[in-house]
Write a protein that binds this ligand. Structure first.
Ligand code: NAG
Ligand code: NAG
Ligand code: NAG
Ligand code: NAG
Ligand code: NAG
Ligand code: NAG
Ligand code: NAG
Ligand code: NAG
Ligand code: NAG
Ligand code: NAG
Ligand code: NAG
Length: 741
């Protein structure tokens, strides 16, 4: 082999060898991620051993004679660099070396689950399953806390053997992989020597994306039905990068993406992330770029830091960023107050023999000299007689929802009403409480407080009504779901989409017992960790129906076909019960059926991100970190010029014009007319307003101009609208958010 091959193509053809020796932590040493400049031509490597040696040459060889014990990972695809154990002194020396772009300590990320637990029957019958062949032949790689290989959700009935291109491994030391679970690997820092799931999160997310059909799934006798993931016949490959506490290391994540790219996954699902204001310090953005270059769609959670503005995670435009919404399934626990008023809440613990006799009701938060008492901490409850009473508790105060219930129970309480704090509004979670309980919204909590204040003998009881379907307000954005603007790139609207992420039932490693009731190996969790694998599974179905579509094309299909209205045909609401904005929903709520047949797509080639990154004013070196070749930022575009399926514009008095290109993937001969719903005070012009297509895959370009239609002051920091191409068969909608300057 001649040593003149380019860097990237060389390293990517080599299979992962376990030449990484993980050193145990030594006192003053930490793991650092070292980013190197791209090698000069003379340093192109003909094989991975040479690359590895070159990485080693940067490590100190003075006192510690074994540099190999320092090397944690020598990366091959995701970045030009390595992760190593270093002391602060060594880091200082290294930073001054030529050829080093950055040396930064690897950080720990969290999985994006709100810590609820437990539950019930996911029954998703999508007509689109047949068309997309249930995801057959596709491989979803999941980066998470591991997997439970013998869970019924991962049986392989009806699943074909993995495709020949699959090169992954099953690192369980017993034979457990099958045609469903085709790969399972662990990474050094948090893998703990096994891909086995020590938390449950990874089992849950994997089964949500691609669990097989399991008949008779139910939780404690409630909501029984057939459970399955979104792509039930797709293959699953687990990359374990998080430990039992759901802490995940950046160096492991990069190594896992490195491996997944070589193994041959089609879609990568990450329910992991962190807040940041630039993409080069985000491992999901860095590794996700290389994955996208290889045609892998990367789907990520938008984070659970909502509802504050700017709380969205994983905002790079090459990632599909997924927020969380409610569904119309409720585990109804109704509160009947002493005055006869009924208030609906939820609980996953539904005692069958609960007597509906009114019980005294008390709110510990009325003690003004103990401001934490409202959260029902154990200490505060000691001062109060709660025996035989129903106790009203406010969520938060660093006590888990279920934990508050156990404090109340331990203090002799008979029941708990859990009310939301204000920011979480109407987002209600059904938890397996340890005592009769109901979780209610902030608004309903205020009503209960007012009732308590209005009478000398407040009383309450619970009516447990089991599983109820039907909620005209669903889907609604969950209070915790991460919101735009996208701080790292305000010109790209994020999140991209929302999907189910509240009270999601999926596989769980252990059986869950709730008092004496039946056991369940399914569990109910909430978070953008749960919405991400739903959309990852849907993206897999779209890819299965259209194997030649790029990641950007699949994203576009999912975004332009999304729903803006809830089951009640009203605009989707947020946790406050008010019509939502696109900084919460992105393009809207995912609609799998329509996503497979979008009519037109906004495609983006990997090279198109170069002028975009240059336009973010990243240095040549920084842009090279993503594209892994030397870049000269001679051409740069504004963010809004990227061929993205949505718009986020900061508009002053000067008009702004952008170009978009759509590709016809519907019927060969079809005309599309533009419809515009302009944001308040903004004029949106599209030229041409009509696009006639005469063949498949034909591309047409249009220009869109934004200008202020009135100079009168608008009482809002941003305004929104959309533009929509409509044919007799399709609509292709792009949301528009305009921040007024
Ligand atoms: C490191 O040096 C020590 C003492 O000089 C020697 O015993 C040991 O074998 C060396 N280790 C390696 C890996 O070279
Ligand atoms: C797997 O390997 C570990 C460590 O060697 C061992 O403790 C465990 O028993 C093995 N499990 C099986 C099922 O072989
Ligand atoms: C997970 O890793 C974090 C950070 O190293 C550590 O604090 C925590 O104890 C670990 N959890 C478990 C269960 O090992
Ligand atoms: C990220 O979150 C941490 C902790 O909440 C905060 O201190 C930091 O300022 C945030 N960073 C950004 C870029 O928002
Ligand atoms: C109110 O809180 C204070 C401070 O924790 C405590 O000492 C007192 O006993 C409480 N009073 C009542 C009536 O609970
Ligand atoms: C309780 O009621 C009194 C009198 O009706 C009122 O002044 C007070 O503001 C109320 N407190 C709360 C917390 O609602
Ligand atoms: C659990 O079962 C035991 C024995 O069958 C029974 O005495 C007890 O009341 C049950 N508890 C609940 C909460 O159902
Ligand atoms: C990049 O720098 C130019 C010139 O200073 C500035 O006009 C532009 O707003 C910057 N872009 C971003 C995204 O910061
Ligand atoms: C980048 O490109 C410009 C224009 O083509 C050229 O003038 C400049 O020298 C180049 N810079 C580098 C560092 O190659
Ligand atoms: C597009 O097609 C429509 C209907 O076939 C036709 O009326 C119209 O003239 C065409 N417009 C252009 C610009 O080709
Ligand atoms: C602006 O809107 C907010 C909320 O919609 C309202 O409370 C406020 O009074 C308005 N201000 C003006 C100047 O209209």
């Amino acid at each position: 082999m001649t040593p003149t091959l380019v860097y990237l193509s060389v390293v990517s053809i080599f299979f992962l060898q376990s030449l990484v020796i993980f050193a145990s932590y030594e006192k003053n040493k930490e793991i650092y991620i070292v980013h190197l400049d791209l090698p000069d031509e003379s340093q192109f490597f003909s094989n991975f051993e040479d690359l590895h040696d070159w990485h080693h040459s940067f490590l100190p060889s003075n006192t510690d004679n074994s540099s190999s014990s320092r090397m944690v990972y020598s990366y091959r695809n995701v970045l030009n660099g390595f992760a190593a154990m270093l002391t602060p002194e060594e880091v200082t020396l290294l930073q001054d070396k030529e050829g080093i772009i950055s040396v930064r300590s690897r950080q720990l990320l969290d999985a994006q689950t709100t810590h609820s637990t437990n539950f019930l029957g996911l029954h998703q019958n999508l007509g689109f399953w047949e068309k997309s062949n249930y995801g057959k032949g596709m491989i979803i790689g999941v980066l998470d806390s591991g997997i439970t290989p013998d869970h019924p959700s991962f049986h392989d009935e009806g699943v074909a053997p993995p495709p020949a291109r699959w090169k992954g491994k099953c690192e369980f030391n017993f034979t457990v992989c099958n045609n469903k679970l085709i790969g399972a690997r662990y990474f050094h820092e948090f893998g703990n020597g096994t891909p086995l799931d020590e938390n449950g999160h990874g089992t849950h997310t994997s089964s949500t994306a691609a669990g097989n059909f399991v008949d008779g799934a139910n939780f404690l006798g409630l909501a029984s039905g057939t459970a399955s993931g979104m792509a039930p016949l797709a293959h699953v490959a687990m990359y374990k990068v998080c430990n039992a506490s759901l802490i995940c290391s950046e160096s492991d994540i990069l190594a896992a993406i490195d491996a997944a790219i070589e193994d041959g996954v089609d879609v990568l699902s990450f329910s992991i992330g962190k807040n940041s204001t630039n993409f080069w310090s985000e491992v999901v953005a860095l590794g996700g770029f290389t994955a996208m270059q290889k045609g892998i769609l990367v789907s990520c959670s938008a984070g659970n830091a909502g509802p504050i503005p700017g709380s969205v995670f994983n905002g790079a435009p090459w990632l599909l960023t997924v927020g969380a919404s409610t569904t119309d399934r409720k585990l109804r626990a109704t509160i009947r107050l002493g005055d006869g008023k009924e208030i609906n809440g939820e609980s996953a613990f539904q005692p069958k023999d609960f007597s509906e006799t009114p019980l005294p009701l008390i709110f510990p938060g009325t003690n003004i000299s103990d401001p934490t008492a409202a959260f029902c901490n154990a200490e505060s409850l000691k001062n109060i007689d709660v025996k035989g009473k129903v106790v009203l508790c406010i969520s938060g105060g660093k006590i888990t929802r279920i934990g508050k219930g156990s404090f109340v129970k331990d203090a002799g309480g008979a029941g708990m009403i859990l009310m939301n704090s204000e920011p979480l509004g109407f987002t209600i979670l059904a938890d397996p409480h340890v005592l009769p309980a109901a979780h209610v919204s902030y608004a309903d909590g205020l009503k209960i407080k007012a009732y308590i204040n209005s009478t000398s003998k407040p009383q309450a009881t619970f009516l447990f009504k089991g599983t109820i379907f039907g909620d005209d307000h669903a889907p609604a954005v969950a209070g915790f779901s991460g919101r735009g603007p996208n701080l790292a790139s305000p010109g790209i609207l994020k999140p991209d989409i929302i999907g189910p992420g509240v009270n999601i039932l999926a596989a769980w490693p252990k059986s869950i017992e709730n008092n004496n009731d039946t056991k369940s190996t399914f569990n109910l969790l909430s978070g953008t960790s749960m919405s991400c694998p739903h959309v990852s599974g849907i993206a897999t179905l779209v890819k299965s129906a259209h194997p030649d579509w790029s990641p950007a094309a699949i994203k576009s299909a999912i975004m332009t076909t999304a729903d803006l209205v809830n089951l009640g045909e009203k605009p989707i609401e947020d946790e406050r019960g008010v019509p939502d904005d696109f900084f919460a929903t992105g393009a809207g709520h995912v609609n799998p059926l329509r996503a497979s047949d979008p009519g037109l797509i906004y495609d983006i080639q990997p090279e198109d991100y170069v002028p975009y990154l240059c336009g973010l004013n990243y240095s040549n070196r920084a842009v090279s970190m993503f594209v892994l070749r030397k870049v000269n930022c001679s051409s740069a575009i504004p963010e809004a010029e990227l061929n993205y399926p949505s718009f986020s514009i900061a508009l002053g008095l000067e008009a702004q014009t952008y170009t978009r290109t759509v590709t016809n993937v519907g019927e060969a001969v079809l005309s599309y007319v533009v419809e515009i719903v302009p944001p308040q005070g903004v004029d949106v012009r599209v030229d041409p307003p009509l696009l006639n297509f005469s063949e498949l895959n034909q591309k047409k370009t249009y220009q869109v101009t934004f200008s202020r239609s009135s100079t009168s002051t608008i009482n809002a920091t941003f305004v929104q609208g959309y533009l929509r191409w409509t044919s007799s068969k399709h609509f292709v909608r792009s949301p528009i958010v305009v921040t007024l300057e």
